[in-house]
Structures are given as structure tokens and as C-alpha cells.
Design a protein around this ligand. Structure first.
Ligand code: LHQ
Length: 267
């Protein structure tokens, strides 16, 4: 059986995916990226899964691309042909970033330690990012002569504005979790020992909510960034029309009127 580079656990309606190469700080190899993609596809296809939680095994979330990977590391042999590392992005990271952003269920990241390079931007591409007090974020790319990838150039200015985005991306310095929360890069910092329980409780809470409306909310927010105000208003109305015909709206209003907990179903 092939090595489990992504550990998968089901906790009720929450699917927990754990990056599992702790000896290399969960640095991302082609095999690992392949397994992560498969795990996300499986979670998306499983009607009983209503939220995904991603975390890392060991002391790191992920150190980003595995720089020892022969497909990525520049050859030290004199005269060796340079490698096109853009192909790794085309093949692995772009589909991964797009899949995260288009999951039919909310995705929570529990950043349990350092998140560097593509590992940081993979976390930041999730819907709600929690981090432990000991965690940190590093846009490590500039240190090795690259630009932020895995969505970093798009995400950073939108999350924290141009000034902070440039500070993080140009310097490539370590940003502590508490500072990441302060500047609005992530949603919440929690004490180290409470991270997984807190993130799981949050994922369970989201799993009990109207899943389809949550996925449409993410899409509407992302799309609104490229719209003028009036088209955004019209888009909201169109989405509201669709959701208004769906089961969860009927159930949500009925539960409110009946003063009971709703049981949502749409996905
Ligand atoms: C690693 C790595 C790593 C391999 C730690 N690779 N082994 C996409 C596509 C194509 C091309 C290139 O880029 C990309 C996107 C990217 O993600 S580029 C950015 C890649 N990541 C980095 O540049 C970060 C490199 N790592 C670090 O700066 C440090 O390791 C951090 C700050 C993450 C952690 O520092 P420490 O806590 O001091 O740990 P350490 O450096 O001692 O690492 C522990 C082990 O993990 C060590 O192995 P060893 O055998 O000596 O114990 C490292 O070599 C290994 N490791 N990151 N990315």
C-alpha cells in the first residue's frame, strides 16, 4: 500500500485531512499533492461530508514545496538544463488552489506550526484560518528568488492590503500567528493545546449550517471583488432567488418560526 501522506479521518459530518510528512515539516511532494487533491475530490463527492478541516502532523503545518524534489531543485551539475518549475504549478498547485476555493463545503485550516511558501498560501486559501499561538506564516518565496504562488499574489493584498502584502512578500520574514490575526491575515489565534478541538468545533458548527448557502457565500464574496457595486447587488439577488427555492431556506424559516433547531440538507 502506498504511504499515507494525507491522513483522513471522518468525525461525523467533518472530514479531517492531516498533512503527514512530519519529518520534513510536511513539505509538499508531488505524491503528497496528488493525495491531497484526491482527498479533496473524495470529500467534495461525499454527500455526508459537510465541512473539511485541514491540519498538519507534527510541529509544522507545511514548509511549502519540497525543495529537495528533483523536479524542482535546480541541478548543481555544470551545464545541466534548467527545469521549468512553472509546470509543477500548472500540474499540481493551480488545480489544488482552485479546488480549495470551489469546494461545495466550507474548508477550515488549523495551522498548527510554521506555514511557509505554498504551505502558507494553501492555508490562506481556506475559508476560515485558525492558528495556534506557536504557529507562524512565511512568504518564503523571495528568499529563494521566486514570487508568491499558490494564490499568494491574489490573496495577500485582498486579505491585508498592499502595504502589508508587500512587506510580507518582499521580506519573506516570519509573521507570528498573533500578528497574522492582528493584520487580518487569518481569522483567529488559539492556545496551542486547544487548536485542534477549537477548529473541530468550528468545523462541526459549519457542518450543521446550510452548506449550499455557505459555498455560494464564498463564491459571491470572491466574485464581488471583480464587480462594480450594482452588478454585485444583482448577483446577490440572483443567488437569493436560487436559494429561496431550495429546501434549506424553507427549513431555516420554519425552524425559526417554530423556535426549534433547523435540520439543513442542501449541499
Ligand atoms: C524541508 C523544507 C522544504 C524540503 C524544511 N523542502 N525540506 C512551488 C513550485 C515549484 C517550485 C518552488 O516553489 C513552489 C512554492 C514554494 O513553496 S517555494 C517555498 C518553499 N519553502 C521554503 O522555502 C521554506 C524552506 N524551509 C524553511 O525556511 C525552514 O525549514 C522553516 C522556516 C519552514 C522551518 O525552520 P526550522 O523550524 O528551523 O526547521 P528546519 O529548517 O530545521 O527544517 C526541518 C527539516 O525539514 C530539515 O530537514 P533535516 O533533514 O535537516 O532535519 C529541513 O531541510 C526540512 N525542510 N522545509 N521546503
Amino acid at each position: 500500500m502506498s504511504e499515507q501522506l494525507i491522513q483522513i479521518e471522518q468525525h461525523g459530518a467533518v472530514r479531517l485531512l492531516r498533512l503527514n510528512r512530519p519529518e520534513a515539516l510536511n513539505a509538499l511532494t508531488a505524491a503528497m499533492l496528488g493525495q491531497l487533491r484526491q482527498a479533496l475530490e473524495a470529500a467534495a463527492a461525499d454527500g455526508a461530508t459537510r465541512a473539511v478541516l485541514i491540519t498538519g502532523a507534527g510541529r509544522a503545518f507545511s514548509a511549502g514545496q519540497d525543495l529537495a524534489d528533483p523536479h524542482v531543485a535546480p541541478s548543481r551539475e555544470p551545464g545541466a538544463a534548467p527545469k521549468d518549475i512553472g509546470q509543477i504549478l500548472d500540474h499540481y498547485y493551480i488545480p489544488l488552489a482552485l479546488r480549495l476555493r470551489s469546494m461545495p463545503v466550507p474548508v477550515v485550516a488549523a495551522v498548527n506550526g510554521v506555514a511557509a511558501g505554498a504551505g502558507a498560501n494553501m492555508a490562506l486559501g481556506c475559508d476560515l484560518v485558525l492558528a495556534s499561538e506557536g504557529a507562524s506564516f512565511i512568504q518564503a518565496f523571495s528568499k529563494i528568488g521566486l514570487v508568491p504562488d499558490c494564490g499568494g499574489t491574489w490573496l495577500l493584498p485582498r486579505l491585508v492590503g498592499r502595504a502589508k502584502a508587500l512587506e510580507l512578500a518582499l521580506l519573506g520574514d516570519r509573521l507570528k500567528a498573533v500578528d497574522a490575526e492582528r493584520i487580518g491575515l487569518i481569522a483567529r489565534v488559539v492556545p496551542d493545546a486547544e487548536l485542534l478541538d477549537t477548529a473541530m468545533a468550528l468545523a462541526q458548527k459549519l457542518a450543521a449550517m446550510p452548506t449550499r448557502a455557505l459555498a455560494e457565500t464564498r463564491r459571491a464574496l470572491d466574485d464581488a471583488l471583480k464587480l462594480e457595486f450594482e452588478p454585485a447587488l444583482k448577483r446577490e439577488a440572483a443567488l437569493q432567488s436560487q436559494l429561496g427555492f431550495a429546501y434549506d431556506y424553507q427549513e431555516g424559516v420554519a425552524a425559526f418560526m417554530d423556535k426549534r433547531q433547523p435540520e439543513f440538507q442542501d449541499r
